[in-house]
Design a binder for this molecule. Structure first.
Ligand code: HL5
Ligand code: SIN
Ligand code: MN
Length: 270
């Protein structure tokens, strides 16, 4: 899969690019099943909501579930990332934000690169986020909201709160923008929240301002976000790095599968 020049220009201009129904239902069924399995694995990679026992996010499922490992090499997601970044990319971070029905909490307004610069000493914002809808997303279940073009102004904030919402990862609460910053940016950019069926994909910049509201609907909103990094842009910071589930250590370049991830994943495809 190759992006057209028009799509590339759109990504550079807006900071995101949306593909409705890139994966089909059989594929999203398979990934939801793999997620369910992964949520049963105890460990610090499993982050719970503050007010309940429900899972808020799970990290690095591609280290434990082969479906996700294969997905990361599916040409439909890897090739656009290589095209927009550079030939040699690896997975910097893999997470699924599960935003459960009746109580998935908000994700505060933030820019991802602020987190990775502060927490990991990441040299440059040479990354691409691939957001894959594991559920149908509509206005009711807490879609991500983006400020188009906000990635072009650099980091609005580059420090973090001294208190941490979570010890397991850097929650966007700790780097959230102020009301005034948000109001000013929104006046310039407006807001959009791409919605669509499970299997839809959004590529988005590590510098675009984004966030999402709580989910008070009866529908979960499970969103997989895989972040590819330029192999030449691995963290250089000395000292203790963050745990491997938040910052992947394998910086070898990824090459695409010859087929879709299900095709390659023989046991399921048979
Ligand atoms: N939770 C991530 C981390 O690296 C950072 C956030 O959306 C990405 C800001 O700990
Ligand atoms: C994030 O940016 O990591 C959170 C976005 C969301 O899941 O709504
Ligand atoms: Mn984010």
């Amino acid at each position: 899969m190759q992006l057209t020049q028009k799509q590339i220009d759109e990504y550079r201009e807006n900071g995101f690019l949306f593909f409705e129904s890139l994966l089909d239902q059989r594929e999203t069924d398979c990934l939801r099943e793999a997620l369910q399995r992964d949520c049963a694995v105890p460990g610090p990679q499993l982050i719970r909501e503050e007010e309940s026992d429900e899972v808020r996010a799970v990290y690095a499922s591609h280290h434990r579930q082969p479906e996700f490992a294969a997905l990361m090499r599916d040409p439909r997601v890897l090739e656009p990332a290589r095209q927009l970044l550079t030939d040699d990319v690896y997975i910097y971070q893999f997470k699924i934000n599960t935003k459960p029905a009746f109580g998935g909490e908000k994700w505060s307004w933030h820019q991802d690169y602020a987190a990775w610069r502060i927490a990991d000493g990441l040299p440059a914002p040479r990354l691409i986020n691939v957001g894959l809808f594991l559920d149908d997303v509509d206005e009711f279940n807490g879609p991500v909201i983006y400020l188009p073009g906000s990635h072009r102004a650099g980091l609005v904030r580059d420090d973090r709160d001294t208190s941490a919402k979570s010890e397991q990862h850097l929650d966007p609460d700790d780097i959230s923008l102020t009301a005034q910053q948000l109001a000013e940016l929104t006046e310039r950019s407006g807001m959009v929240s791409p919605k669509g069926p499970a299997g839809s994909v959004i590529l988005f910049s590590p510098e675009i301002v984004h966030g999402s509201a709580p989910n008070m609907s009866p529908f979960p909103r499970r969103l997989l976000i895989a972040t590819y990094n330029d192999c030449a842009n691995a963290p250089t910071r000395e000292g203790e790095p963050r745990p491997e589930y938040v910052v992947c250590r394998d910086t070898r370049p990824l090459r695409s599968l010859d087929s879709s991830f299900l095709g390659e994943f023989g046991a399921v495809a048979a």
